[in-house]
Structures are given as structure tokens and as C-alpha cells.
Design a protein around this ligand. Structure first.
Ligand SMILES: Nc1ncnc2c1ncn2[C@@H]1O[C@H](COP(=O)(O)OP(=O)(O)OP(=O)(O)O)[C@@H](O)[C@H]1O
Ligand SMILES: [Mg+2]
Length: 602
């Protein structure tokens, strides 16, 4: 990252207060009643802590007076009883505050995690091709956990610790004004040093995210079930292990470097606190010998001062300190939540009316070449079109543009007359179905694997076994051998069965066909199916989708004869269009490709 970019980023960083006030609504919304209750508990808790000091003084003074013979035993016992009551109340309140605080915290964590997935669903699919965004996402997940703790502890500091410290300050001031200064001397520099920690840990967070993502990936390459067999057999394990070790070493080095700085600052702070502690004790002792304060006051302050310093240490180095180290990652969470969304209006996008591409070009982020280059074409509603071309010729990219998953860099894509750049993703994808080249294998039941394309928010009652059976038959998926029928779990991890590559592909096709659609894309999900079988599936697909707008993609020529029209892609350009008969006789790219593969089909 260049310096100017760094500066710009710094300029945009929200301060501690801004971060807190952005998180506060989420903290309150997670449990509105709980919020009121939590805060009341905190305030009452800090009041009883203060009360304990006053009652300790009173009890000790009563003891001294009893020794001097000026009061009766009853007075001492009454003071003791009050003190015991305050202690008991304080313990109960602390327990309650921590119990309700924890449950509130869990709710906030859940709500923030949910906010990330919701946000991710509103980003443009193309954003996920950008490395920067994936780093953002990774950092945001870390940050969301920290954000809940940050909001919670900040509230504890303001609602519990600060009132308590305020009380102590008032009490010390009333005993001897100078005592207050000693406390301030311990508090202020320590707080300042925490600001340094904020900076140090924000830098650490930025520096570690890429390496952490890499490490996670290598780990997955070694231990993931899908990776496992290939990694082991090919001996790649050692290579991944070395890469992983390098990443971990880098992460450790980064952490170490930053920890040294942060802990150096913390040591300085501890020494300062110790000096202030000694100072307060000395002042107190001087006040006692100078007969400025009573024995009770001396003993009460002395007894509570240890607790006070422990509490201050807790507040500064644990609560504020951990908030400081969290701040960097929380800013990343907020930055992720602020990313521009894909947008677009909800409107009717009639897929029955065909698709038009006007001089469309598209490049992937960070790529200098055009994956789709100046393509213009019209697909009529109800037409079956095949897109063919060699590997890497831009077929998959073209269908992503046609569905509106990606927006063109130049030119326009119109679905039923509506520009894909103008409609929301929801409007674009409604009544559009697709079977992708890189389809998903959901570790769920067969029913879920197929019905997931249609269930939406409608509920599983709407997924019928008649339609499941139809989709499976259309995809040529034999389900007789499945032990629990559509309820069969398709996952070894969750105690189910695994399928062959070809079976998985048919499940993916059944999923695409189950969805209600007017426009459907079949982007060669057929790598594990032999050419003859593939050509059967494609021909059946063309029959099933007759009357709907259907686009089939393949680089195998035998599969496309049934299409109304064939589009031939080459290096991102649309080089030929026509029927099989026209193109095969034409002597161009299609004829060349067809000739090369002819023996597969005859
Ligand atoms: N996510 C991506 N990021 C960058 N470049 C990409 C990405 N996906 C594809 N490309 C590039 O875009 C070009 C077109 O790829 P595309 O996947 O559209 O080809 P295809 O015709 O579908 O190939 P295949 O027959 O192998 O599926 C290729 O040069 C490829 O390297
Ligand atoms: Mg492809």
C-alpha cells in the first residue's frame, strides 16, 4: 500500500467515541430491556462498592470509640452488621451483573455476526473476486466478536467504574484534597499509554490479515476432506506444511514485534501506578500522624486502596487495554459494513422477453485482458441457445453477464428491456435458474440439495416429492439406491453417504431444474460425465426447457445440435452464430472444433 493510501485510510478512521456510538445501537437492540437492567445493576453495584468504604470507616471509628469507652457494644455491632450487609449485597450484585452481562454479550455477538452475512449478501458478486474484499471479510469477522466486547466493556467503564472512581475521588478529597492528585497521577499517564496500544494493535491487525487468510487456506489444503486424498497421494503435504509454517512464523514475528512495543508501554504504566500507590500511602500516613484524619478513615482508605488500585489496573490495562487492542479489528468490521453495496431498484424484469447484449466488454479485477470483448447479441424469449468455444474463451463469464451476476465494464445487458445495472439482484435473479460449472455440494440431505433452489423463505412444506422425483428423472439421477430416499444425508462428515462425481453433477442439474424459471443456464456441470452421456443430458435439457429461454454452455460440440442457435466464442469475442448445419458447413471456428471432436460422437 502506498503512503498516500495509508494517509487516506488514517484520515477515514473513526475515533474511539465514534466507534462506540456506532456500536451502541446494536448493543441496545440486541436486548433493549436487558440494557436498562444491565445499566441499573452496574450503577447500584458501584454505589454499594462506595458504601462499603464509608461503612468500613464507620465500623472502625465505632471500634476506636468503644476502646476509648465512649460508645456501647451495640453501636459497634450495628456498624458491623451494616458493613456485612453491604458486602453481601455487593457480592450478589456483582454475580448478577456478570450473569446478565454475559447473556447480553452473547446476543450482541450473534447480532453482529448476522450483520456481516447480511451485508455480504448485498455486495456485488464480482466483489468476491477481489482480494481486498476477502481480506476485509476476514478482518470483519474477527472484528465483530471484538465489537461486542468493546461496547460491553465501554459501558461497564462508564456506568460502573467511573461512578465508583468518582465516589472515591470525592471521599479522598473530603479527607485530604492532595490525595486526589495522587490518583489522577496514576490514572492519566496510564490512559495515555493505552492510546499507543490502539495504534500498535491496529497496525498488527492490518499486517496480519493477509497472512492469516493464507495460513487458513494451507491448513484447509492439508486437513480438508476434499483436499486430503490428492494432497497426500501427490506428496504435496510437505509443501503445504512448509507454506503453513512460513505463514505461522510470519504471524508470530508480527505479533511478537507488536507485543514488545505494547508491553513495554504497559510496563512503564505499571511502574507509574506503583509510584502513585506508594505516594498515596505516604500521604495517608502523613495525614494520620498529623491528626488530619481519623484512625477509621485511615484504615478504611488503606483497606480499600489495595482494591482500588487492583480495580484501576483492571480498568486500564484489562478493560481499556483490551478495548484498545480490539479497536483496530472493530474499525475493520465497521469499514466492511460501510462498503458500497450493489444496489439497484426492485422492479419487474421479464425473463420471458429475452436478453440483449449491446457491445458488452468485461475484465476481471486486476486482469489486463478482456474476458468478454465487445459482444453484441439478441436472445429471443423462449429460444434455446448454445454457447461453445475452447477453454478460457469467455463462455462462463458471458453467462454471468447475461444473468446479471456481473455488470459489464462497457456496454449494456438488457433482460426483457431492463438494464441489469439498474435492477436489484433480487429482481434480476427471480425466475432465473442456473446450473453452474463450479456447482456446490451441500453437506445436507438430497431433498435440501435439490429443493434449496426453490425454498427461499417459503418453507420446506412447499417442496414436494412429486416435483423432486420429476427433477431427478429429468437430471437422470437414479435415487433407488439412496438409503433414506430424499432424506438421505449427502455427507460423510454428518453421518451420511458420499456420491460419485457424476452423481453430484446430476444432483446439481436436478437442483437447477427444480427452481421455477423463465430463463435457465446450464454451464457444463458435466466434467465427470462422458461425452456421449453429456450429449444425452444436454439434449434432454433442451427438450425440458422448450418454451423457456435456455442457454447451454459447453466446449464439447456433440451436445449442441438441438439448440435453435449456436454462438461460438473465441478469446472473449463472439466469432460465429448460426445453426449446427450452417456452422458445420461454414468452415470456420465451429467447423474446426467439431471436426476435432467428431470421433467422440460417431
Ligand atoms: N475469477 C477470475 N478472475 C480473473 N480472471 C478470470 C476469472 N475467471 C475467469 N477468468 C479469465 O477469464 C477468461 C474467460 O474465462 P471463462 O471462465 O469465462 O472461460 P470459459 O470459456 O468458461 O472456459 P471453460 O471452458 O474452461 O469453462 C479466462 O482467460 C480466464 O482466465
Ligand atoms: Mg466455463
Amino acid at each position: 500500500m502506498s503512503d498516500t493510501q495509508n494517509d487516506r485510510q488514517k484520515a477515514r478512521q473513526p475515533g474511539v467515541a465514534a466507534v462506540f456510538f456506532r456500536l451502541l445501537p446494536a448493543w441496545v437492540a440486541a436486548a433493549p430491556l436487558g440494557t436498562v437492567f444491565d445499566i441499573l445493576l452496574m450503577i447500584v453495584n458501584s454505589m454499594t462498592s462506595g458504601l462499603i468504604i464509608l461503612l468500613t470507616q464507620r465500623f472502625l471509628d465505632a471500634g476506636a470509640e468503644f476502646a476509648a469507652g465512649t460508645v456501647a457494644t451495640g453501636a459497634v455491632l450495628a456498624a458491623l452488621a451494616l458493613l456485612a450487609l453491604a458486602h453481601a449485597g455487593n457480592h450478589v450484585l456483582t454475580g448478577l451483573a456478570s450473569y446478565f452481562g454475559n447473556s447480553h454479550h452473547q446476543k450482541v455477538v450473534g447480532a453482529l455476526r448476522h450483520s456481516i452475512t447480511k451485508k455480504a449478501s448485498r455486495l456485488a458478486p464480482l466483489d468476491f473476486e477481489k482480494t481486498g474484499i476477502l481480506n476485509h471479510l476476514n478482518k470483519a469477522e474477527q472484528g465483530s466478536f471484538n465489537a461486542a466486547s468493546f461496547a460491553g466493556t465501554t459501558i461497564i467503564i462508564f456506568m460502573m467504574f467511573l461512578p465508583y472512581f468518582g465516589f472515591i475521588a470525592w471521599y479522598l478529597f473530603s479527607l485530604k484534597p492532595l490525595l486526589v492528585l495522587a490518583l489522577a497521577a496514576a490514572f492519566v499517564p496510564a490512559a495515555l499509554i493505552q492510546f499507543l496500544r490502539v495504534k500498535v494493535f491496529a497496525k498488527l491487525e492490518d499486517a496480519s490479515a493477509p497472512a492469516r487468510r493464507e495460513a487458513d487456506y494451507y491448513e484447509q489444503c492439508i486437513t480438508g476432506r476434499e483436499f486430503f486424498k490428492e494432497t497426500r497421494l501427490l506428496g504435496a503435504y510437505w509443501y503445504f506444511k512448509r507454506l503453513l509454517a512460513d505463514c505461522i512464523a510470519l504471524l508470530n514475528r508480527l505479533r511478537w514485534k507488536h507485543e514488545v512495543k505494547a508491553n513495554g508501554a504497559e510496563l512503564a504504566m505499571k511502574l507509574l501506578t506503583l509510584a502513585a500507590y506508594t505516594g498515596v500511602i505516604y500521604l495517608l500516613f502523613a495525614a494520620l500522624t498529623g491528626r488530619e484524619i481519623s484512625v477509621g478513615a485511615f484504615a478504611a482508605v488503606y483497606a480499600s486502596i489495595d482494591q482500588l488500585f487492583r480495580m484501576m489496573n483492571d480498568v486500564i490495562s484489562i478493560q481499556i487495554g483490551s478495548n484498545a487492542s480490539r479497536l483496530g479489528s472493530i474499525r475493520n468490521y465497521l469499514a466492511f459494513m460501510d462498503l458500497p453495496e450493489r444496489g439497484g431498484a426492485d422492479m419487474a424484469v421479464p425473463k420471458t422477453k429475452g436478453v440483449r447484449l449491446e457491445n458488452v466488454s468485461f475484465s476481471y479485477p486486476g486482469s489486463g485482458t478482456k474476458a468478454v470483448d465487445s459482444v453484441s447479441l439478441d436472445i429471443a424469449g423462449g429460444e434455446t441457445v448454445a454457447i461453445v468455444g475452447e477453454n478460457g474463451s469467455g463462455k462462463t463469464t458471458l453467462v454471468r453477464l447475461i444473468t446479471g451476476l456481473y455488470l459489464p465494464g462497457e456496454g449494456a445487458v438488457l433482460i426483457g428491456g431492463v438494464d441489469t445495472a439498474e435492477a436489484s439482484m433480487q429482481s434480476l435473479f427471480d425466475r432465473t435458474s442456473a446450473v453452474f460449472q463450479k456447482y456446490q455440494r451441500y453437506q445436507m440431505t438430497l431433498k435440501e440439495n435439490i429443493g434449496i433452489s426453490q425454498v427461499g423463505e417459503k418453507g420446506w412444506e412447499t417442496i414436494t416429492s412429486e416435483k423432486l422425483t420429476l427433477s431427478c428423472a429429468q437430471a437422470d439421477l437414479e435415487t433407488d439406491g439412496f438409503p433414506a430416499g430424499y432424506g438421505t444425508m449427502l455427507s460423510r462428515e454428518f453421518d451420511g453417504i458420499d456420491l460419485s462425481g457424476g452423481q453430484w453433477q446430476r444432483v446439481a442439474i436436478a437442483r437447477g431444474l427444480y427452481r421455477d424459471y423463465d430463463l435457465i443456464i446450464l454451464d457444463e456441470p458435466t466434467a465427470a460425465i462422458d461425452p456421449i452421456e453429456e450429449s444425452k443430458i444436454y439434449n434432454r435439457f433442451a427438450e425440458i426447457t422448450r418454451g423457456k429461454t435456455a442457454i447451454i454452455v459447453t466446449h464439447r460440440m456433440g451436445s449442441v445440435r438441438l439448440a435453435d442457435r449456436i454462438l461460438v466464442m473465441k478469446q472473449g469475442r463472439l466469432v460465429e452464430t448460426g445453426t449446427h448445419g450452417e456452422l458445420a458447413a461454414g468452415g470456420g471456428e465451429y467447423a474446426r472444433l467439431f471436426k476435432a471432436q467428431e470421433q467422440w460422437y460417431t
